[in-house]
Design a protein. Structure first.
Length: 152
């Protein structure tokens, strides 16, 4: 069941600098029950340019959800999260932190910056695949995402 009333794919922005993790997430989402349109950027600066539709990203769709790693080059995940949640045009987009960190300070800081959830990436491949499937099941099947008013 797709939670998008209009039948359009759910647009996901994945902000992840690890190519292996990107491939795993792409594979799981390719086989997903819910139609999705995954876009990938590899650092925090490009994440914000994508979200603000700047430069080479001027024609990209507005994401329905962001999967955000914390350990990113150029601009950290926490900095990106803070910028997203401070921006009136972006703050409604759900942000799922997906990181290797288990640090309590990272968890507290993420929630203080209004992350919608914090998930630690498992090191085991099968567990990692299960986590991505669980994200898909919860966020794309159960949760009602905010309307994507600014999508092209």
């Amino acid at each position: 069941m797709n939670n998008r009333d209009n039948g359009k794919p759910i647009v996901i922005l994945l902000v992840e600098d690890n190519p292996g993790d990107v491939r795993l997430i792409q594979e799981v989402l390719k086989e997903a029950k819910v139609k999705n349109d995954l876009h990938v950027v590899y650092d925090g600066v490009d994440a914000l340019a994508f979200l603000r539709r700047e430069g080479k990203y001027k024609d990209v769709p507005r994401p329905d959800m962001i999967l955000l790693d914390l350990n990113l080059p150029k601009k950290s995940g926490h900095e990106v999260l803070a910028d997203i949640k401070a921006d009136e045009n972006l703050k409604q987009i759900p942000v799922v932190i997906l990181t290797v960190s288990k640090n309590d300070e990272d968890i507290i800081k993420s929630y203080n910056l209004h992350a919608n959830c914090f998930i630690t990436k498992p090191m085991d491949l099968n567990q990692f695949l299960n986590v991505v499937k669980a994200i898909e099941d919860f966020w794309f099947t159960i949760v009602k995402l905010p309307p994507n008013r600014n999508n092209k």
